[in-house]
Each structure stands twice: as structure tokens, then as C-alpha cells.
Design a protein around this ligand. Structure first.
Ligand SMILES: *[C@@H]1O[C@H](CO)[C@@H](O)[C@H](O)[C@H]1NC(C)=O
Ligand SMILES: *[C@@H]1O[C@H](CO)[C@@H](O)[C@H](O)[C@H]1NC(C)=O
Ligand SMILES: *[C@@H]1O[C@H](CO)[C@@H](O)[C@H](O)[C@H]1NC(C)=O
Ligand SMILES: *[C@@H]1O[C@H](CO)[C@@H](O)[C@H](O)[C@H]1NC(C)=O
Ligand SMILES: *[C@@H]1O[C@H](CO)[C@@H](O)[C@H](O)[C@H]1NC(C)=O
Ligand SMILES: *[C@@H]1O[C@H](CO)[C@@H](O)[C@H](O)[C@H]1NC(C)=O
Ligand SMILES: *[C@@H]1O[C@H](CO)[C@@H](O)[C@H](O)[C@H]1NC(C)=O
Length: 820
């Protein structure tokens, strides 16, 4: 920890070193390498830096007090300084100039915008927004008319809140992002993100002149497909006579979100807060193959199902080159099945597609005021019109968007997107038509999918239910439906620091899927890091399962998941840390058990029941844990129990109450007979495990290790025996005798025995268990427990329970009923 702190201290002090705390330069003032400007609020810093391994010097802007160094803009990206002799100066013309050792200007803020404006005592000022502006110094107002030059007009690879991508239609100024050549070289790289204004405006990512990706057109709410959307972020496209641009705002003032175009062309989203100060990648910008521009050729739809893309010709279209199409070469796309007889008659109709990413709008025509009906008529009148759609989906839809000739880059989603109407000959509208069999051909699945699936739950997904769902979470549809996930990611470096490089000293234990470490974050928060073992490729599915499930669950008796981390081969889950470790550590330990007085044990028994009830019934996904045992029950400061380890948990769909698995996984001793023998599990499997845990807590003994030499091979049998012999209080942990509430003890034992009954249908559900523990429900007589093997036993028929003297079932029940 000391080392960690030291490193951080070093980083911060390094970054803020020589800070002059001045936010502006007046004419003839300058800063040299080593000196910096700092914006008034202390958020942004301007100065000289060297990226990564490079020794060259660049003038850049970065977020102050954020680590690692996050450069958001570079002045001399194409003209580096060879050594630390650079000087930035504001000249008398109001132009920022960067001079090298021989006083040669190697970069200057452009002059053409300056020329038209009167200069009046200009001043260069660094703003908290990350904008570096040159303006007339004597104006008090923040009048943009006085701005002579601003860095926001010349974006680099990073889009900051308030910065625009798009066109000033009056001046012709275009603002776009350009990637760096590499992490060591800020020079202009291959990728560009820009606003395409040839038709209805859309955002495009290009590699050179090749279109690589197109964010669907703006539908009034969202930009379908734009990869970087966080919950605290409100994106928009503004489109009027003066300008057309994309930008975004941050809703939470203590949060920072920036988008940066990486050298490899991904639009990455970084997030941090004034507290964390460590930018985390909340979206890598990696996308599935359906987002590759025109991945299915023209006139066809890409649909991403079951983790792979499929291509399908539009209604009324067939593959142009069927042989190639059938082997997955789709460049030629699809062509109309029959030549339209549009010229001689208007017999065409429209086929409606729902949940669509609309086709490339670069050759579209639009009208903002027309309604859908007018739009349809207009399209029908023009034989070359191939499709129409609403422009804006708000308030039932408005505006008209028309396409002519081929349709490119369409995608179908399963739960968001918008309606698109495709022109087809009327014969194609006939549902019974024999020739309309769809041609569906799978695409060879690429390699990026794995990362994508894993990442989905970790991505902040837009919270506005009306707005677009990001495609990421569709991979989890089968589990998550339309639920949103809100799970932050942690940087690997942060976890390495927190756990002192996963030192053995910090190891808390070994779970089914890998070791668990204790870690301390910079802010002092203590966490538990579950590191998925690299050896077992098998654990990946379980891991995904766990992330998907637990991200949705919140209950005081369930362990809390803070976030996850996926970097390279490393996959980790970050939980709240439980100082008192797990229940088994307490309840089976001779000395620790003493501290677990009866009322604490009863609290634990009740807490687990409530957590389980939530899983089974109250959470929106009905979940069977499948591996409930004391080592998966963690205890917090107050010894309140929290259920953990959802690696084997299964959600139940709809009314499903039971299921089968051919892979029995779980822990012997806690598995019910029907599961161990036949892989048959249901919520009643967890009830059985719960019953075992209750009896273990009461007795302080392990079910499977317990052995009564005389008669029985396990704790359940022993408990049953004592129950039938009316000696059930003898079960109680001998360390407890003096301080217990016999009434409660017997109630717990009876509930435990009810839960471990042989037949699942005899076991109570968790809502009954909770009521029974509270004394709010009549307790039935338990029947023989599972795994009870003694043969010469008359207890099954034994009706002695009715004569149970001291605490007979009926007495207890009656008392309870009276109490209500
Ligand atoms: C930078 O290089 C120039 C010429 O190579 C030299 O005159 C100057 O002293 C160097 N400055 C620094 C700070 O090294
Ligand atoms: C300064 O820049 C000029 C023009 O690029 C170059 O010719 C000269 O060598 C540079 N001087 C130093 C010291 O780098
Ligand atoms: C560069 O300019 C500064 C200030 O104007 C001056 O002191 C210095 O001698 C100049 N250096 C060279 C190499 O011309
Ligand atoms: C202004 O920039 C243009 C090119 O953009 C250049 O041709 C012109 O010489 C520059 N003028 C001054 C005064 O630097
Ligand atoms: C295509 O046109 C031919 C005649 O040109 C006709 O027989 C056939 O039914 C048409 N197919 C469809 C799908 O309309
Ligand atoms: C848009 O449609 C409306 C209503 O049909 C019409 O009045 C208007 O002139 C159209 N605008 C353009 C730019 O075509
Ligand atoms: C159909 O639309 C295209 C594209 O807007 C246009 O060039 C053509 O003149 C239109 N044809 C008719 C008949 O309106």
C-alpha cells in the first residue's frame, strides 16, 4: 500500500510539477517546456508532453490531476519538437505560435479566421471545458463573436463535452476527429469521424476514404449505432440553417466523459469522476460485424442473432450472385427479383420492417414537416424511390426520408431502431407466395465477438427507456430482456495496485473459478477481487452468467458487485469486501463459534432466508442459486449474511419452476437428492441447501462430516432421529446452551427439517420459510429428510410428534397464531 501511494503521489506530483496556476497568455507572454497553463477551475492543463515511449515534445491539453495522463488535444501533432526547447507565445496579431530552439515557428493557430475580425488586445485563455481560446481581452462578456480562434474548432482525436463534430454551414468550417498514428505519435492517423451532409446528416467513420462505420441517422432521440453512450451522457444532433453537428453534454457535474478515436479506429469512451480521477474505459467502441459498413452488400439486411451475423435480402430482392452469396461472399448484394413495371402502372406496395437501423442517407431526400402518409405517396409517385421512413420518431413520428436506387447498410435489431418501408411489387406483398423464401446465409464469424459479449454488461447503457438500447446488451437478451445494466469497469492497473500485484498476502481464498483477493483502492475503499482463473476456459461461461445475473440484483442479503475488469486475458469481478469472511469460517471453528451467540445465529438464519426469498421470488429474474453453502454466505461487519457466488445460478423464465441439467454442479452435502441423482433442480433445490445450512448453524457441525457412529451417516439423519425421539434440543451447539431461546431453536430446527425433506414438493418455499421463522405461519410436521438411509426405522410412520410434550408442533403453532 505504501508503494502504491508513493507511485500515485509521484504521478500526480509529476503532472502538476511546475504548474504556474495561470490560465491565460497576454500578447508577447509565453510558456516554455516545463511551464503550464491551468484553467481557472483547475480542471485542464496546457503544456508540453511526450506521449508514451516518444521523446519528442508536443504542446497539448490534458485533464489535470487525472492519471494516467489523458491528453485531449495536441497543437503541433504533425510537427513535433525534437527537444525541450519549445516556447508557446501569443504574438501581437493574436496568433499563438510555437517556436523551436532556433525561433522557427513550427505551429501557429491558423490565421484566416483571425483576419476578418478586429483585434483588440487579444488574450489566449485556457477554459475548464478544455477549450483553448484566443479572444479580444477587453470584452467582459463571454461573447463568441469575440473569439478569434479556439481549439474546439480543430479537434484532434478526442471529443469533449460541448465540442462539435460537424459543419458550420455559414463559414464552411468542418470539425472532425482524426486518430493518432499510434499511441506514441499524435500525427494524423488513418481514421476519421465526421459528419456526412450529402443527404440527411449522419456520422461516419472512415479509414482513409473508405467508409468503415455509419452511425444511424438521428431520429430525434438517439443516433442509432453510435457506440459511445453512457448513462450520464446526453448526445444530440443539431441541424439548422446555420450548422449541423453532433455533440454531447454530461448530466452529472462531478462526472467526466470523453470519446476518443484510437489509432486502431475504435471510438472509445472514458469515464471518471472528481473523486476517482482515474479514467476508465466504459466502452471500447468495439462493434459486432453488423456495424461494419455494408457488411451484407446492397439491398440486404444484417441481423445479429445468437452471436453471429446473418444476411438477408430485402423483401422482393434476391442475391445477385447466388453462388457467391451462398458461400458467404456478399459484395454483390441483392437485386430486385423482377423488374418493376412501375412505369406502366402503380401496382407497387410497401413492405414494413420494424426495429431497423435505416439505410445510408448519403443519397436520401428529406422533408422535416411531411407526415408518413404524404411521404408514402411521394415515394409511390417516383419510380426510382425505393424506401421511405419517418425522420423523427418522437410523438408518433414526423418528417419524411426517401431513398432512391440501392439501399445500403441496413441492420435489424430486436428491440429498438425504427420502421422502414421498402417498395416492393404488389406480388411480393402476398403472404402465401411460394417464391418468397428468404435467403439467409450465415457470415463467417469474426474474432472480435468474444470481447464484445464479455463486455456487454460492463458498459454503461443509456437509461432513458425511450431512447435507443445499445446493441451490446442484446447478447444478453435471453437473460436480461430489456433490463439495463449499469456496471462500471475497473482498470487492470488499478486492481494490480489495489491488490499489490495479487500478492499471496492479499489472497482471501479460492473460489470455484479462481482466487479471490483483498484490495484497497486509492480512496481507501476495500474491495474483494475475484480473478477468473486463466487455466479454466470453462469458467468463462459461468463468469458471464454471474456478471449478467448479479448486475441486476440488489438486496441487503446479497453481496454487492461494484464492477468488473476485462483486459487481455484477465477477467475479474470486484465486490464489496466482507471483513468477517464467510459463514463456514465462523460456524465450524471451535473458537470463533463462541462469538456466534444464538441471537446472531438466528439473525443469520433469517437473513439468508430473506436473501434467498429475493432471489426466488422478489427479483425480476427468478433465480436458483444452485450452490448455496456456508462458504458462499459472507458476513459483514455486523455479521449480517450476504449470499455470494452466483457462478452456477440460473434464471428461470416465466412460469418455469424446474429444470434439468446434464452437468451436475454444486457441493455435495448441500445438494438435494433429486439434483445429485438426476440433475433435476428448482427453487426447492435451494430450499434443501438452506435447510442443511440452518441445521449446521444450529449445531455448529458440518452435515457431510458429521457422523453418528451408532446410527447415522450425516447430520440430517441425526437431526431427524432426535426429532422423532423428542430430543431435538440436544442438537443445539453445546457452546450455546445457556444463552438460547429454546422456542426459537426448535422453530429453526423444524424449519430446517421441513426444508430438507426428501420430496421437493413437501419442502416449503422461501416465503413460507420467512413467515415460519417470524412465527407468522403454522409449522407443518416434517417428513423424512433426503439422504436418510437407515432401513430399520419406524420413524416415517411414527406419529409420536403429535405427543410431543414440551414443544409440540401444535402448541407452537397455536401460540404463534395467538400472537398475531
Ligand atoms: C535543443 O537542441 C538545440 C539544437 O539541437 C540546442 O541548441 C538546444 O540547446 C537544445 N535544447 C535543450 C533544452 O536541450
Ligand atoms: C526548427 O525548425 C526548423 C523548421 O522546421 C528546422 O529547420 C530547425 O532545424 C529546427 N531547429 C531545431 C533546433 O530543432
Ligand atoms: C530566440 O528569441 C529569443 C527571444 O526573442 C531570443 O532571446 C533568442 O536569442 C532567440 N534565439 C535564437 C536562436 O534566435
Ligand atoms: C495565412 O494562411 C494562409 C494559408 O492558410 C497562407 O497562405 C498565408 O500566408 C497566411 N498568412 C499569414 C499572414 O500568415
Ligand atoms: C416475376 O415475373 C414473372 C413474369 O415476368 C412472373 O411470372 C413471376 O410471377 C414474377 N415473380 C414475382 C415474384 O412476382
Ligand atoms: C416539405 O413539405 C411541406 C408539406 O408538404 C411543404 O410545404 C414544404 O415546401 C416541403 N419542404 C421542402 C424543403 O420540400
Ligand atoms: C424521382 O426522384 C429523383 C431523385 O430525387 C429525381 O431525380 C427524379 O426527377 C424524380 N422523378 C420524378 C418522376 O419525379
Amino acid at each position: 500500500m505504501v508503494t502504491t501511494l508513493f507511485i500515485w503521489f509521484f504521478l500526480f506530483s509529476h503532472m502538476t510539477r511546475a504548474s504556474t496556476s495561470v490560465d491565460s497568455l497576454a500578447v508577447d507572454e509565453s510558456i516554455r517546456d516545463g511551464e503550464t497553463l491551468v484553467s481557472a477551475g483547475g480542471i485542464i492543463e496546457a503544456g508540453f508532453f511526450s506521449p508514451e515511449k516518444s521523446t519528442r515534445r508536443y504542446l497539448g491539453l490534458w485533464y489535470r490531476n487525472v492519471s494516467p495522463l489523458t491528453v485531449v488535444w495536441v497543437a503541433n501533432r504533425n510537427t513535433p519538437l525534437e527537444n525541450k526547447s519549445g516556447v508557446l507565445k501569443l504574438n501581437e496579431k493574436g496568433i499563438l505560435v510555437l517556436l523551436n530552439a532556433t525561433n522557427t515557428t513550427i505551429w501557429s493557430s491558423s490565421n484566416n479566421t483571425v483576419s476578418s475580425k478586429a483585434r483588440n488586445n487579444p488574450i489566449a485563455q485556457l477554459l475548464d471545458s478544455g477549450n483553448f481560446v484566443v479572444k479580444n481581452g477587453q470584452s467582459n462578456k463571454d461573447d463568441s463573436g469575440d473569439v478569434l480562434w479556439q481549439s474546439f474548432d480543430y479537434p484532434g482525436d478526442t471529443l469533449l463535452p460541448g465540442m462539435k463534430i460537424g459543419w458550420n454551414l455559414e463559414t464552411g468550417l468542418e470539425r472532425f476527429l482524426t486518430s493518432w498514428k499510434s499511441v506514441d505519435d499524435p500525427a494524423e492517423g488513418e481514421y476519421i469521424v465526421k459528419m456526412d451532409v450529402r443527404g440527411y446528416p449522419q456520422l461516419m467513420k472512415l479509414k482513409g476514404t473508405d467508409i468503415r462505420f455509419r452511425a444511424g441517422s438521428w431520429n430525434g432521440l438517439s443516433l442509432v449505432g453510435y457506440p459511445a453512450t453512457a448513462s450520464d451522457m446526453s448526445p444530440e444532433i443539431v441541424f439548422n440553417e446555420k450548422e449541423v453537428y453532433y455533440d454531447f453534454k454530461i448530466l452529472d457535474s462531478s462526472a467526466f466523459i470523453i470519446d476518443s478515436l484510437t489509432p486502431s479506429g475504435n471510438l472509445q469512451t472514458l469515464f471518471w469522476t472528481t473523486q476517482t480521477r482515474i479514467p476508465k474505459i466504459i466502452s471500447t467502441g468495439e462493434q459486432d460485424q453488423c456495424e461494419n459498413y455494408a457488411s451484407c452488400g446492397v439491398n440486404s439486411i444484417c441481423n445479429y442473432v445468437d452471436n453471429r451475423p446473418t444476411c438477408e435480402c430485402l423483401r422482393g430482392y434476391v442475391p445477385k450472385s447466388p453462388n457467391q452469396w451462398n458461400i458467404g461472399i456478399r459484395l454483390d448484394g441483392c437485386v430486385p427479383r423482377n423488374k418493376s413495371d412501375c412505369k406502366s402502372s402503380y401496382t407497387d406496395g410497401f413492405w414494413r420492417y420494424t426495429y431497423m437501423k435505416l439505410p445510408d442517407t448519403s443519397s436520401s431526400w428529406f422533408n422535416k414537416t411531411m407526415n408518413l402518409d404524404e411521404c408514402r405517396k411521394l415515394c409511390l409517385q417516383n419510380c426510382s424511390c425505393t424506401a421511405y421512413a419517418n425522420l423523427d420518431i418522437r410523438d408518433g413520428g414526423s418528417g419524411c426520408l426517401l431513398w432512391f436506387s440501392t439501399l445500403v447498410d441496413l441492420r435489424k435489431f430486436s428491440q429498438w431502431g425504427q420502421d422502414l418501408f421498402i417498395r416492393v411489387p404488389s406480388s411480393e406483398l402476398d403472404h402465401g407466395h411460394g417464391n418468397t423464401k428468404k435467403m439467409i446465409v450465415g457470415i463467417t464469424v469474426g474474432v472480435t465477438i468474444f470481447g464484445l459479449i464479455i463486455l456487454c454488461p460492463c458498459i454503461y447503457i443509456i437509461k432513458n427507456p425511450g431512447a435507443a438500447r445499445k446493441f451490446y446488451n442484446r447478447n444478453y437478451q435471453h437473460i436480461l430482456k430489456k433490463e439495463d445494466i449499469d456496471l462500471p469497469t475497473f482498470d487492470l492497473s488499478v486492481l494490480v495496485n489495489a491488490t499489490e500485484n495479487f500478492s499471496t498476502g492479499n489472497k482471501l481464498g479460492e473460489g470455484g473459478f479462481g482466487p479471490v483477493y483483498k484490495g484497497t483502492l486509492m480512496d481507501g475503499k476495500v474491495i474483494a477481487v475475484k480473478r477468473l482463473s486463466k487455466k479454466s476456459g470453462q469458467g468463462v461461461d459461468e463468469f458471464k452468467n454471474e456478471v449478467a445475473l448479479i448486475a441486476k440484483l440488489q438486496h441487503r442479503n446479497l453481496v454487492k458487485l461494484f464492477g468488473c475488469c476485462i483486459e487481455g486475458e484477465e477477467i475479474m469481478l470486484i465486490y464489496e469486501y466482507m471483513p468477517n469472511q464467510s459463514l463456514d469460517y465462523f460456524v465450524f471453528d471451535e473458537t470463533k463459534r463462541k462469538f456466534l451467540e444464538w441471537h446472531k445465529r438466528f439473525k443469520i438464519i433469517s437473513g439468508i432466508a430473506r436473501g434467498l426469498l429475493y432471489l426466488h421470488q422478489d427479483s425480476r429474474l427468478r433465480i436458483v442459486h444452485r450452490d448455496l453453502k456456508p462458504s458462499n454466505i459472507l458476513l459483514d461487519d455486523n455479521l449480517d449474511p450476504k449470499i455470494s457466488d452466483f457462478g452456477l445460478a440460473r434464471p428461470f423464465l416465466g412460469d418455469q419452476v424446474e429444470a434439468n441439467t446434464d452437468r451436475v454442479a454444486g457441493t455435495y452435502g448441500y445438494m438435494p437428492p433429486e439434483y445429485a441423482a438426476r440433475g433435476h433442480f428448482s427453487v426447492k433445490s435451494d430450499v434443501f441447501s438452506y435447510g442443511v445450512i440452518v441445521l449446521e448453524i444450529v449445531t455448529g457441525k458440518k452435515n457431510w462430516e458429521f457422523s453418528d457412529p451408532k446410527h447415522y451417516n450425516n447430520l440430517l439423519g441425526h437431526a431427524w432421529k432426535l426429532w422423532t425421539e423428542e430430543r431435538v434440543l440436544e442438537l443445539l451447539d453445546e457452546l450455546l446452551e445457556e444463552q438460547c431461546e429454546p422456542f426459537e431453536v426448535i422453530r429453526c430446527i423444524q424449519v430446517g427439517l421441513l426444508c430438507v425433506q426428501q420430496r421437493p414438493q413437501d419442502r416449503p418455499d422461501m416465503s413460507s420459510v420467512v413467515l415460519m421463522l417470524n412465527g407468522d405461519k403454522l409449522l407443518p410436521k416434517p417428513k423424512v429428510p433426503g439422504f436418510y438411509t437407515e432401513t430399520d426405522n419406524k420413524s416415517e410412520a411414527n406419529s409420536s410428534l403429535e405427543n410431543y410434550k414440551l414443544y409440540s408442533v401444535n402448541d407452537i403453532s397455536i401460540t404463534m397464531l395467538d400472537a398475531r
